[in-house]
Design a protein around this ligand. Structure first.
Ligand code: FAD
Length: 448
C-alpha cells in the first residue's frame, strides 16, 4: 500500500477495512492516548504485581493493565495453590504473606503454605490502592508501540476501544510474553525434544471435605484408580502415576479444597481455538473426577463450587534476553553478580502419555537468576517479569513457581522505576547495584 492510498483511507474513515484474498487490510488509525506514565506493567499475575508495587515504591507513576477483573493471575483466576518459594523472595512477598497471615488466610499444607484465593484478591487490591497504582481491569494489551527500536508504550483494547498508554519503561508480565513478541523480540517455545509446552490444568474448588490429609499424590492416585476399576468406566485418569497429580489442596478453612488433577497435553496456549477445546475437555474431566472422588468417604458430601476462570497455563513464550538461564546453570547451582532471585524449586515437568520423561526431576542445585534474563535482547525500553523471562524449557520448569515469579517482578519494577527517573535504558542499568539493593530488601541469595 502506498502512503497516498493510506492518506485517502484515513480521510474516508478512521476504521476503514478492505477484505482481500490475502487477508483484511486495516486502515491506519489515530489512537487516543489514555495516559502517560513512568512504568506500564502488562499483566497482574504474581510477577506483574511485584513489578507494579516495587515501581510505585520507588516513586514511579505506574499503570497496571490486566485483562481479567482481578489481580493475582494464576493465584486467583487460575485457583492455583499452594504458594511455593515463600521465604526470602523480597519485601513484597513478605508483606503479602504477613497480611494473609493477619487475615487468617495463610495455613500450612503438606510442608508448604496455602492461602484463601478470595482474601488474596482483596489483599492485593489493598496493596495496589495504598501505593496509588493506576489499575485497569478488563483491558488487554494487544500491541507494543515501538519507535526506532525502543518500546515506548502499548496498545490496549477494552470496551473503550483501542487506546495507547505511553511509558518510559514497559514491563511485559503477561506470562505469554505478548508485548515482547509484538515488539519483535525473538522467543523460544516448548521442549527441545518434542516442541510442546507443558500440559495445562484447569483447577477446581470443592467444598464439604471431611478429614482428608494428603502426603503425596500416589496414595490418592491409587485410591482413584481402584474406584475407577470397580466402577468399570471408560474414563481414564488424565495423568500418569508420579508425584504431580492428583492433589486436593485443603484451603485455610479445611473443608474446602483446590483440586490439581485435570490435564490436557500438546495444547498451544497461543491459539484460542486450542485453548477453548482444552478448557472444555478439562472442565468435563473435573466433573468426572469429582464423581470419582465422591466414592471416597472423605469426599462423599463434596461437590464442585467453581472451576477456575482461566485455564492453568504452565508454559508459553520464553523471550530471548541478554542471558538465557539454562539447565547447565541449574546443574552447577550458578551464582551471578547481577542476581535478582534465588531458586530452590526442582524441575517439575508434567509429562503426558507418550511424551519424553527425561526432563522431570533433572538434577539441580539452588541457583540464581541474573538481571540480564529480564532484559530483552532485541528491543530497548522494556523489561520482562515472570514466566516469560529468558530461560530454557528445563530451567523454566523450576523457576516458574509464584514466589520466585513475584521476586522477578519486584526486580523488574525496581529497575524500571530507577531507569525512568535516571532517563536510561534497562540494558544500561547496573545489575550489580540492583543485586545489592534487592539483598537489602529481603531477597536471599546464595553464599559468595
Ligand atoms: C495448574 C498449575 C498449577 C501450578 N501450581 C503451582 C503451585 O502449586 N505453586 C506455585 O507457586 N506455582 C504454581 N504454578 C506456577 C505459577 O502459577 C505460575 O508459573 C505463575 O503464576 C506465573 O506468574 P506470572 O505472573 O508470570 O503469570 P500468570 O500468573 O499467568 O499471570 C499473568 C497475568 O497476565 C494477564 N495477561 C495475560 N496476557 C495479557 C494481556 N495481553 N494484557 C493484559 N493482561 C494479560 C493474565 O490475565 C494474568 O493475570 C502452577 C501453574 C499451573 C498452571
Amino acid at each position: 500500500m502506498t502512503s497516498a492510498s493510506c492518506e485517502k483511507w484515513i480521510k474516508q474513515s478512521a476504521h476503514a477495512m478492505r477484505v482481500t484474498p490475502l487477508g483484511v487490510w486495516e486502515a491506519p488509525r489515530r489512537l487516543a492516548v489514555r495516559r502517560h506514565c513512568n512504568v506500564l506493567v502488562c499483566g497482574a499475575g504474581p510477577a506483574g504485581l511485584g513489578a507494579a508495587l516495587a515501581a510505585a515504591d520507588q516513586g514511579a507513576e505506574v499503570v497496571l493493565v490486566e485483562r481479567w477483573a482481578m489481580p493475582g493471575g494464576m493465584w486467583t483466576a487460575g485457583l492455583v495453590n499452594p504458594f511455593f518459594e515463600d521465604t526470602k523472595r523480597g519485601y513484597i512477598v513478605r508483606e503479602l504473606i504477613n497480611r494473609l497471615e493477619a487475615a487468617d488466610s495463610w495455613r500450612i499444607w503438606c510442608g508448604n503454605y496455602c492461602f484463601d484465593p478470595e482474601i488474596m484478591k482483596l489483599t492485593l487490591e489493598q496493596m495496589l490502592r495504598e501505593r496509588n497504582v493506576h489499575v485497569l481491569y478488563y483491558s488487554q494489551a494487544v500491541d507494543a508501540i515501538v519507535e526506532k527500536g525502543r518500546v515506548c508504550g502499548a496498545v490496549v483494547e477494552s470496551k473503550a476501544g483501542r487506546e495507547a498508554i505511553l511509558a518510559d519503561v514497559v514491563i511485559d508480565a503477561t506470562g505469554d510474553g505478548d508485548i515482547a513478541a509484538r515488539a519483535g523480540c525473538e522467543f523460544a517455545y516448548g521442549s527441545p525434544v518434542d516442541g510442546f509446552v507443558q500440559p495445562m490444568t484447569l483447577m477446581f474448588e470443592i467444598r464439604d471435605i471431611h478429614g482428608f490429609r494428603q502426603r503425596d499424590s500416589r496414595g490418592l492416585y491409587d485410591r482413584l484408580a481402584a474406584a475407577l476399576a470397580e466402577r468399570g468406566s471408560d474414563f481414564e485418569l488424565p495423568f500418569p502415576r508420579y508425584n504431580a497429580a492428583p492433589y486436593v489442596i485443603t484451603l485455610p478453612c479445611d473443608t474446602a479444597g483446590a483440586v490439581q488433577a485435570t490435564h490436557v497435553y500438546r495444547v498451544n496456549p497461543l491459539d484460542p481455538a486450542e485453548l477453548t477445546a482444552g478448557t472444555m475437555t478439562t472442565r468435563e474431566q473435573a466433573h468426572q473426577l469429582m464423581s470419582l472422588l465422591k466414592t471416597l468417604p472423605e469426599f462423599a458430601d463434596s461437590r464442585i463450587t467453581n472451576t477456575a476462570a482461566s485455564m492453568g497455563l504452565r508454559e508459553s513464550r520464553r523471550v530471548t534476553g541478554l542471558y538465557r538461564i539454562g539447565v547447565e546453570d541449574l546443574a552447577e547451582g550458578r551464582r551471578f553478580d547481577d542476581a535478582v532471585c534465588c531458586v530452590h524449586f526442582g524441575v517439575d515437568i508434567h509429562h503426558g502419555p507418550g511424551q519424553d520423561k527425561s526432563g522431570h526431576g533433572t538434577k539441580m542445585r539452588p541457583y540464581e537468576i541474573p538481571y540480564r534474563c529480564l532484559v530483552p535482547r532485541d528491543v530497548r525500553g522494556m523489561l520482562l517479569a515472570g514466566r516469560c523471562i529468558s530461560g530454557d524449557h528445563f530451567a523454566h520448569a523450576s523457576y516458574r513457581v509464584t514466589g520466585s515469579m513475584m521476586a522477578t517482578g519486584q526486580a523488574a519494577g525496581f529497575a524500571a522505576a530507577r531507569c525512568a527517573a535516571q532517563g536510561i535504558d534497562p540494558a544500561e542499568f547496573d545489575g550489580t547495584q540492583l543485586h545489592a539493593e534487592l539483598a537489602a530488601r529481603n531477597c536471599g541469595f546464595l553464599a559468595r
